[in-house]
Design a binder for this molecule. Structure first.
Ligand code: NAX
Length: 327
């Protein structure tokens, strides 16, 4: 067995945390031969810390063979110490009447502190995956604080959107979701995202050819995927949690599996017409344990260009809102 890796999870007592930690401990994120030490990070509030202790008790009660330790902390310097992976799930939810700009500013502050702490104390090979919303911009803020860790170590999750898009296409074509491939998310994790159906394939054939219904692809499909989070809240009374945790398992597992091609929000570098300094979803190919290259050769038609311009505009405006928070 290799030495255990340290996995820090913020928001460990939250909804997503509760679906996520058990799957990491079971080996679903890093594989069945990789022991892990979980570093649960919460806010310094008694209720949250108590809840985190309860989750740790349940993890103990699972007697997972790969779980080599559980640490709970209420501060970032302790929570990220020597962490190989930092999974930034914790953030404030949007309260009633709260504007998106206020959410950006409130949550942005969290990611300044966490970005600095990760850069200071995490392992030499530390990698970061951001889930807490607005995920792309929070990731940009955290990355901007880092002096030691390069920007490509900081990724944000658009995998839930990719998984949602895959299933919607499969349902429409009456095939199994594994028959749908090459579906990638471009842009922001928000309703402006573009699920690039023109690249996707069903049993190896282009989706527009197989589904044939262009108006459905351009309108209903894009809007169903973009607004799926809101539809879950309307139905369940709570935001997506198990599916978000599942997507984070997919995000990290595919980023540590060479050859995998998948959607990740990364520093765009100007590819596909994005502003070079925003974090945008795009297709990447994993090249090693946590390393990846952006795949830059997928074609964009006029509709794709227009959708990407809109989601890029939103990312640039989010960056303008938090410009004072960038290191
Ligand atoms: P919950 O409100 O259930 O849990 C959040 C937890 O984070 C709480 O326990 C809270 O105490 C903790 N927390 C807050 N600030 C923290 C900090 N500075 N350090 C450590 N812990 C902190 O939310 P949950 O449903 O788990 O969602 C977490 C985040 O994921 C939210 O921002 C949510 O919007 C976002 N999501 C992102 C998705 C994505 O695809 N990128 C999809 C699902 C989800 O909506």
């Amino acid at each position: 067995m290799p030495a255990p890796i340290r996995v820090a999870v913020t928001g460990a007592a939250g909804q997503i945390g509760y679906s996520l930690l058990f799957r990491i401990a079971a080996g679903q994120m890093f594989g069945p031969d990789q022991p892990v030490i979980l570093q649960m990070v919460e806010v310094p509030v008694e209720k949250a810390m108590k809840a985190a202790e309860g989750v740790a008790m349940e993890l103990d009660d699972c007697a997972y063979p790969l779980l080599n330790g559980i640490e709970i902390s209420d501060n970032a310097d302790q929570g990220f110490k020597d962490a190989n992976w930092c999974l930034l799930v914790g953030a404030k939810p949007r309260g009633p009447g709260m504007e998106r700009a206020d959410l950006l500013k409130d949550n942005g502050k969290i990611f300044i502190g966490q970005g600095k702490a990760i850069d200071r104390v995490a392992a030499e090979n530390a990698r970061v995956a951001v889930v807490g919303n607005p995920a792309n911009t929070n990731c940009m803020i955290a990355a901007s604080q880092a002096k030691r860790l390069p920007a490509d170590r900081f990724t944000a999750m658009v995998r839930l959107d990719q998984n949602r898009a895959q299933t919607q296409l499969a349902k429409k074509a009456s095939v199994h979701n594994t028959d749908v491939t090459d579906i990638f998310i471009f842009g922001n994790h928000s309703p402006t995202m573009f699920p690039a159906f023109h690249i996707a394939k069903i049993n190896g054939k282009p989706v527009p050819e197989t589904i044939g219904h262009h108006a459905w692809l351009q309108d209903e499909f894009c809007s169903t995927v973009g607004k799926r989070g809101a539809a879950i809240i309307a139905a369940r009374g709570l935001s997506s949690a198990a599916s978000a945790a599942n997507a984070l398992i997919d995000h990290v597992r595919d980023l540590t599996t060479p050859g995998k091609i998948h959607s990740v929000a990364v520093k765009s570098g100007g590819h596909y017409g994005f502003d070079p300094n925003v974090w945008a979803g795009m297709p990447v190919k994993t090249t090693g344990h946590g390393t990846y290259e952006i795949l830059t050769d997928y074609p964009l038609d006029d509709f794709a260009k227009q959708k990407i311009a809109a989601t890029n505009e939103e990312l640039v405006s989010e960056r303008d809102t938090v410009k004072d928070m960038l290191g």
